[in-house]
Design a protein around this ligand. Structure first.
Ligand code: NAD
Ligand code: UDP
Length: 314
């Protein structure tokens, strides 16, 4: 049996993961409550006999029989996870408890989609997995950051206490087709603004940095992580170490879209990390993986997707 559960499977990353798993011939059960994801992201899979979609909220128990679980359910963009912060913490924490409980009952291997946000506003650069982070426990990002940190704790306690087969990846900023156009994340914002001829909103002075990974590279790393030997559990950073300021990103987006937008400077959101870059040494040595897609190439694919949305093609 090769039955795989993907929670949050109708979201941006989850839908690409479902694509790869279905193509590999796995029997895929995609579970989502459509908070930020949509059926449209996986509609092209409905005709596949090895794909099944179920509306379900992971804060409630789920009784299914599966061999592997990819736990991605959780809004990822600041606008979405701050919309209902209590639900965000519940999704991370209760969701993890429910999925770990399921994994324990059916003896499934389970992978957690954790995040670079566990490092908070980091004092160490780039961030290795051994860094414990600098996270505000009571700020507006805390529902997400602390929720994800608690989920990691639960994963490692289930491993120690119940010998569960766990895998934890810490995902750094990832972009690509099927990002939500209004999720407020920087790549989708800049592209949509450029395509609509609106001002590009730069928060702060635009000198803060992020490292952007294209979705195909990211999914490849997640799949490799799930297949590692049982004694390798992570956490493992996955992301693209090429680091850019938000001003550099805006320039690239304008060059690729041919947009004529002006830059409009806005206040920096509270607790916005100044810099972020993954140390991917462990991913290279343990997964034999490193990202292949350059920012310009990934942006071109993403712009093509958003152009389709803007012109009503998708
Ligand atoms: P997304 O918002 O597109 O996907 C999340 C999916 O989870 C959506 O389909 C949403 O409807 C679903 N969901 C939310 N709450 C749920 C609940 N209670 N029950 C069932 N489904 C629920 O975001 P994404 O970028 O695809 O992120 C996927 C995962 O990867 C998240 O766990 C996120 O924290 C993690 N991650 C993503 C990034 C990134 O840059 N994209 C970075 C770090 C971590
Ligand atoms: N950002 C920006 N303009 C926008 C949206 C975001 O300058 O329209 C900045 C934001 O302040 C942050 C960076 O881009 O410094 C990345 O933001 P995003 O929300 O994409 O992700 P995160 O902060 O979680 O890395």
């Amino acid at each position: 049996m090769n039955k795989i559960l993907v929670t949050g499977g109708a979201g941006f990353l989850g839908s690409h993961l479902c694509d790869r798993l279905v193509a590999q011939g796995a029997d895929v059960l995609c579970v989502d409550n459509y908070f930020t994801g949509s059926k449209r992201n996986v509609a092209h899979l409905f005709s596949k006999p090895n794909f099944e979609l179920m509306r379900h909220d992971v804060t409630f128990p789920l009784y299914v029989e599966v061999d592997r679980i990819f736990n991605l359910a959780c809004p990822a963009s600041p606008i979405h996870y701050q919309f209902d912060p209590v639900q965000t913490t519940k999704t991370s924490v209760h969701g993890a408890i429910n999925m770990l409980g399921l994994a324990k009952r059916v003896k499934a291997r389970i992978l957690q989609a954790s995040t670079s946000e566990v490092y908070g506003d980091p004092e160490i650069h780039p961030q290795p997995e051994s860094y414990w982070g600098k996270v505000n426990p009571i700020g507006i990002r805390s529902c997400y950051d602390e929720g994800k940190r608690c989920a990691e704790t639960l994963f490692f306690d289930y491993f120690r206490q119940h010998r569960l087969q766990i895998k934890v990846v810490r995902i750094f900023n990832t972009y690509g087709p099927r990002m939500h156009p209004d999720d407020g994340r920087v790549v989708s914002n800049f592209i949509m603004q450029a395509l609509r001829g609106e001002d590009i909103t730069i928060y702060g002075d635009g000198q803060q940095t992020r490292s952007f990974c294209y979705v195909d590279d990211l999914i490849e790393a997640m799949l490799r992580m799930m297949d590692t030997p049982a004694d390798f559990i992570g956490p493992v950073n996955i992301g693209n170490p090429s680091e850019f300021t938000m001003l550099e990103l805006a320039e690239k987006v304008l060059a690729i879209t041919g947009g004529k937008s002006r830059l409009s400077f806005k206040p920096l959101p509270e607790d916005d990390p100044k810099q972020r870059q993954p140390d991917i040494g462990l991913a290279k040595s343990s997964l034999g993986w490193e990202p292949k897609v350059a920012l310009e190439d990934g942006l071109r694919e993403t712009v093509a997707y958003f152009r389709g949305l803007v012109s009503g093609d998708k």
